[in-house]
Each structure stands twice: as structure tokens, then as C-alpha cells.
Design a protein around this ligand. Sequence first.
Ligand SMILES: Cc1cc2nc3c(=O)[nH]c(=O)nc-3n(C[C@H](O)[C@H](O)[C@H](O)COP(=O)(O)OP(=O)(O)OC[C@H]3O[C@@H](n4cnc5c(N)ncnc54)[C@H](O)[C@@H]3O)c2cc1C
Length: 472
Amino acid sequence: MTIAIIGAGLSGTLTAIHLLQNAASGTTVYLIEPDRYRMNRGVAYSSQLPFQPLNVPASAMSLFADEPLDFFNWLEAHAQLYKRQISLPVQITDFIPRTIFGDYLKARLQEAEAGAAKGVSLVRVYEEALSVARQGRHFTIDCSNQCTLSANKVVLAMGNFPPALLPIPNKSFYKSQRYVASPWSAKGLSGLQTHESLLLIGSSLTMVDLVGSLQAQGHKGKVYVVSRHGLLPQPFDVSTRPYPKTAIPEGAYQSALSLFRFVRQEIKQAEAAGYPWRSVLDALRDDIPVLWQSLPEKEKKAFLRHIRPYWEVHRHRMPASSAALLQELQEKGQLEVIAAAVLDMRETESGARVSIRRRHYQETEEIEVGRVINCTGPQCDYTQVEAPLVRQLLADGLTQPDVLRLGIKTTPGGKLIDASGKPVSGMFTLGPPRKGMLYESTALREIRQQAKALAHRLLRQGKATLEVAKTS
Ligand SMILES: Cc1cc2nc3c(=O)[nH]c(=O)nc-3n(C[C@H](O)[C@H](O)[C@H](O)COP(=O)(O)OP(=O)(O)OC[C@H]3O[C@@H](n4cnc5c(N)ncnc54)[C@H](O)[C@@H]3O)c2cc1C
């Protein structure tokens, strides 16, 4: 059996690890990734920016749910290699640089490859997959450089696409040197003058990383942060103690408001018993996919419109040291966070002029900066993604976007749903593309469960197909 995994970030690589650990002789796994440095790191763990900490402590970054300290133990064993990047001795509460997590992921794949059963092989393909076509029981994958692969099963692990363009009238600004489309690349900050001013659009964790990176490279200029609500991620508290799981009442599943009320009520009770709000959100985390799937579509939309900004800043928290840095910069006046909508942007002789309208105000204002960086988060609307493979899959009806435009439609097990609404036999996805179906589907905690379950499913199906072929 041959399984082609398209994309070798965390989702693709971890699926490959489980396949290699469990496959029987005669299994080939193709891991397809065009970018050499992203191979087994993906977007999140390959960044060359100077300040890129994981957004959860070392204790929560194991690749394996049943070995919760695997990352920490690996890190301790290799700590000397990283003594310039981390403080020693390493603690489970430390926020480790993301590239080190990338090294861990790569190392665990190499071990799985070395320990795989005889006749099981991993082939790394350094190409971009451009199209997937179904031919009877097989799939043909056309890649860049005229390479064509054939596989029985396909896993789409394409992860995070660069942020969406804002709908401004002056679209020509997007071709300007003053505009940085992808906030995760070190190119975004290269050549920056020490006193050059910047506008970061979006106030989530990516913005926090960029502000940290700017400080690390000695930037002294003004940094404006504009987002619709102007909310910053809440700080992490590593001393948060676990809150016992509560049964979620039936009523909470009915509407976004009832869900919101339930969470608030639970937090009130928890606080009375000495638990902080963070403990309640952490305890609810594993229930989110079930809650989300139970909410009626209209209520999911209401959640996205009214509750999401507040939910996100509490759920995706920043290290306390980053919170302290942001506060210090705000107090010095070097960082200004503005709740506003960006109306338009244009290039000027010396930089960029950005029109904004502050939240709850009618007047427009203009900000002059040297550079604008889009930190609004990965593009999730597949109809707007320009990648050739996504366009082809949509055009050929092998996939369809989910109704909320947060990813693509899948079955509960991650099988793609085609344009006519039928599951596509043999084609699966995991991680960020499943956000519309599960809501919580982009972080390691969810991806590690999905990757393990998917690998076992692929191998079970492969075995069944082999047995049918033998008896017929
Ligand atoms: C900047 C950033 C930081 C994050 N930090 C954390 C964190 O600290 N902790 C946490 O739990 N989560 C974090 N996340 C969440 C993150 O989504 C997941 O942890 C995880 O990295 C997602 O992995 P992925 O493989 O699905 O996607 P990606 O990392 O996006 O990898 C997808 C890969 O697919 C490749 N690809 C795409 N299209 C094709 C194609 N057509 N052919 C071949 N290859 C293709 C891409 O080049 C890429 O390497 C972070 C996310 C981002 C964006």
C-alpha cells in the first residue's frame, strides 16, 4: 500500500511517524513538501525570526498524548546543544523556541523511520503537489518538476496558508515593497531601519511574536497595532491548577448565548472554589469539538460574529514575559494598540499611508508608517486560497469549503466530502483544514490525536483491501 501525505508540517510528519511505527511490510509513505527547511517543521516550527517561542510550555508539547513529557525529556537530553537559546536547567514551565520543537519533530520521524518494520519505507519528495486525480482505486498526484506519484490513499496536510488580503479599494498596495503578506518569514523584518515605524494588522499571537522579534533586533521605532477590537491575548499562568471536568448541561448546546452563559457561570463557581478562569477553559478544551458540532449553524455564525474575539484572546494566551514586554512598550509609547478598521492603504514616497476608523467613531484617521505587516492569521476560506492544488481540488469537486469558510468539509473521521456531498474514499485531511468542522483543530493537542487516529485508520483500511485482493 502507498500513502501520499501532502505537506510535511506537524500534521503530515506526525501522521508519517504513526504510519512508520505501525505499518506492515509492503507500505510506502510519500511525504511531499516543496520547501527544504519546512520539511518536518511546517510553517510554525521553521521561522527564522529572532523571537518565536512556543505558545504553550514545554510540558504541553509532547507529540504523544500517552507520553506527556516526551518533548521535555527529549529537550533535557539535548539541552547542551541549545544552551545559547534556552536557560539551563530547562524547566517544564519554559516556553521554548519553536525551531527547537521542529528539531524534536524531525528527530522523532528519523527514529520512526529507522525502527520501521522491514519493507516499510518513507520517501521524502521535495516538490509541490499541484493536482490529485482519482483513477479507479488509485490516486495520481502531479507535482512540480513533472514528477507524478501514484498512491492508494492521500492525506492533505497543507496546514496554514498566508493571511487573507484586507478588502481595501487600493489593491495595488499589495504589490508594494511596503507591504509584508506573510508575517512568519524573517524577510518581513529584514532591511528594517532602527527607527522605522511599522503597522501590524491583527493583535493575536503572531503580532506578539513580531513585537518580540523587533525588540530582539534592537528596533526603536513606533509600532502601531490595529485590530477590530484591539484586544490582546491574555497572559499565560503556568501555575494554573487543573479544574475537574464538569458535565456540560444539554441546554448549553442550543445557542451561542447559552454556551457563553454556561462558561461564565462555570467560571464564577470555579473562582469561588479558588480556581482561576484559565483552569475552566483548559478543562473544557477537549469538549469543544463535540460542542461545536452540536451547535446549530446559525448559532455557530453568531458565535463567530459576537463571541469569537473574546474567546480567542482567552484561549490563545501569550507567555507572561511577552505580556510584560508589551506593557512596557505601551507605557513607553513605542507600542500603540488601536481598536479600528483599516479602510485603505497606499504607498507614498517615504512609506505607507493607512486610513483607519476607530471602533465606535465616525471620523477617519491616517497613520504614516514605513512598513505594513499582515498579522491577521492564516487564510481559512479555501475559495480564496491561490495554491494550485486547492484550486484544482475545488474545480474538480474533490473537496468543498465548509459553510463557515473556516476550512473544508469532512466526515467525523476526517475523510474529504466532495462537491456532491459524498465522502471521497481514500482521501483524508487533518489539522487546520478541519477547523470549520471541529473549531479546535489547529494546535498540537488536537493534531496529535487526529494524526494517531488517522494513521491507524489508514493502516486498517489498507489491510482490509489487501485481504479482499488476496481472496478475489
Ligand atoms: C506561527 C505559528 C505558531 C504556532 N505555534 C504553535 C504552538 O506553539 N503550539 C501549538 O500547539 N500550535 C501552534 N501553532 C498552530 C499550528 O497550526 C500547529 O501547531 C501546526 O504547526 C499545524 O501544522 P500543519 O502541518 O497542519 O500545518 P503547517 O505547519 O502549515 O504545514 C503545512 C505544510 O504543508 C506544505 N504544503 C502546503 N501545500 C502543499 C502542496 N501543495 N504540496 C506540498 N506541500 C504543501 C507547506 O509548505 C507546509 O510546510 C502555531 C501556528 C502558527 C502559524
